[in-house]
Write a protein that binds this ligand. Structure first.
Ligand SMILES: [Zn+2]
Ligand SMILES: [Zn+2]
Length: 281
């Protein structure tokens, strides 16, 4: 199998509906994400990016560098600002309790439209927009908006760069293409091999079966997992860095599952993990 893969938007939406029909409690979450996916699919992004030769790509990966550095991502500021606006609007419609926090974020971003590419680089480098947090904004919500607004740009790059990533050149906890952290893992049918889904660009890549991708801890005494009643899902937690990783065991399901849809369908596991004290760093 070739290394990184990126699943099509239309397929993700279709799969969301197919799986959500069996889980009525998820209707609201699925609708929110369907709207976000539609905005992302319509975004006009150029797949133009760093032109890397196969040799250059291999050299970067062998040295442990993802193919894209935050600074090398080509982002049109206008398009990105427009996406942030639309995403903020959609979330506000679906989550009225966040209206106040969103209004502050949108006003703040409105004043920074000219420097939004700088904020994007900051988000890509740190996984958060510290400048916004320091201004008193809801940091998680701001990161959610940037994550979703940057996704079309990163996906376009990932699609272009995926052929340059082979499974054997990269066995790290971060995305070989954009350097993002995983937000879902899958155990593959047959060999039980683990692959990770990038929380930013939707690339998937192979990773070792045991161990925490966030801190590298592979001491079984400091790792645990909690399976769902049907054994399809498990919440893996690390007692060293206190992060968690949602996992789907594809050996327990009939047919294929799409990881970018599963990321959304497992939203309840994020809440459970956060409630139990696991989370961001
Ligand atoms: Zn990525
Ligand atoms: Zn860890």
């Amino acid at each position: 199998m070739c290394g990184a893969v990126v699943v099509d938007y239309a397929q993700i939406v279709q799969e969301l509906h197919r799986q959500a029909d069996k889980r009525p409690g998820l209707a609201d979450t699925v609708e929110l994400h369907r709207e976000l996916l539609e905005v992302q699919a319509r975004a006009q992004v150029s797949p133009r990016g760093p032109a890397l030769s196969g040799d250059e790509a291999s050299a970067r990966l062998e040295q442990g560098h993802p193919l894209l550095s935050p600074e090398s991502l080509v982002v049109d500021g206008q398009t990105l600002a427009g996406l942030c606006d639309q995403i903020g609007f959609i979330v506000g419609e679906r989550r009225p309790e966040l209206a106040d926090s969103l209004a502050k974020i949108r006003a703040w971003l409105g004043e920074r439209r000219q420097q939004i590419d700088v904020l994007a680089v900051e988000y890509l480098r740190e996984g958060r927009v510290r400048e916004g947090e320091e201004a008193g904004l809801d940091g998680n919500l701001l990161a959610f908006i940037f994550n979703n607004a940057l996704r079309p740009f990163l996906r376009a790059q990932a699609e272009a760069l995926a052929p340059l990533v082979g499974d054997s050149t990269w066995y790290r906890g971060r995305c070989p293409i954009c350097g993002g952290e995983p937000d879902l893992a899958a155990l593959e049918r047959g060999n039980g091999r683990r692959r990770l889904l990038c929380s930013r660009c939707d690339s998937e890549w192979a990773f070792q079966r045991i161990g925490c991708p966030f801190c590298g801890n592979d001491d079984p005494r400091r790792l645990a997992y909690y399976p769902s009643d049907d054994q399809i899902y498990r919440l893996s937690v690390c007692e060293q860095c206190h992060r968690y990783l949602k996992t789907i065991d594809l050996r327990q399901v009939a047919g294929e599952r799409l990881l970018p849809a599963e990321r959304i369908l497992t939203a309840a596991m994020d809440l459970a993990a956060l409630d139990a004290g696991y989370g961001e760093g």
